[in-house]
Design a protein around this ligand. Sequence first.
Ligand SMILES: C[S@@+](CC[C@H](N)C(=O)[O-])C[C@H]1O[C@@H](n2cnc3c(N)ncnc32)[C@H](O)[C@@H]1O
Length: 233
Amino acid sequence: MKLNKYLYYENEFVKLFKGDMETIIPLFDKKFNLILTDIPYNISQKSGGLRRLDYGNWDKQYGKEKAWVDAMLSVLKNTIIAFCGDNQYSYIKNQIINSGIPTTRAIVWEKPNSSPMNGEKFYLNSIEMAVFGRKSKSYFKPKCKRNIFVYPTVSNKDRIHPTQKPLKLFAELVEDCTKVDDIILDPFAGSGTTGIVGCRKKRQVYLIERDLVYCKKIKKRLELETQNRRMSL
Ligand SMILES: C[S@@+](CC[C@H](N)C(=O)[O-])C[C@H]1O[C@@H](n2cnc3c(N)ncnc32)[C@H](O)[C@@H]1O
């Protein structure tokens, strides 16, 4: 009943909850086969020239990482993949290991079309990292697969969120770590990428997003996805 108060939208595969993940997660009465998410990296800085470097207040929540990871681990059944900033990586990896998941790995998303910003002074920033942790006996499809995933960043025409992840990247991770009908949580939903993957790959996805503007965008994106599915049947 309390949880229903936060339900903003649902379809056959996705439930979207509007609110703070720290408030909503304790209301769940289930654990998730996969938690696939992209936490705020807290890297926003004053925008310079034509470049947007300030993503908004959601990306300035310094010191919240421990509470976020604790909340996610409290409802984890099998596997967690948490994209994070390089400054957050070791901290989150240690927190996951200390929770009793003995082995973690890095996942590297390599961007062949990385931004040329400051290319004359530094190496181009061409990767993002995630911590991958898996409880023993959890489903894992690949055999001897390397941990580097190469996908271009989302084009401006398809981008509805400043840190939107490529659909193909999330789809590959979902297929590697879950089976059809498994249940997935993304508590920092952004543009709803994990939800779209759920619709396409027939997984049940719970999304949480705090910002109403992004909840509206996720709803619209999911409605369009459902319409397109109907038209292609
Ligand atoms: C890094 S973005 C996620 C982008 C997403 N992976 C995508 O592909 O679009 C993080 C999102 O988490 C949301 N957020 C930040 N803090 C939150 C919280 N405590 N609870 C729920 N959502 C939160 C922000 O509004 C932002 O949209």
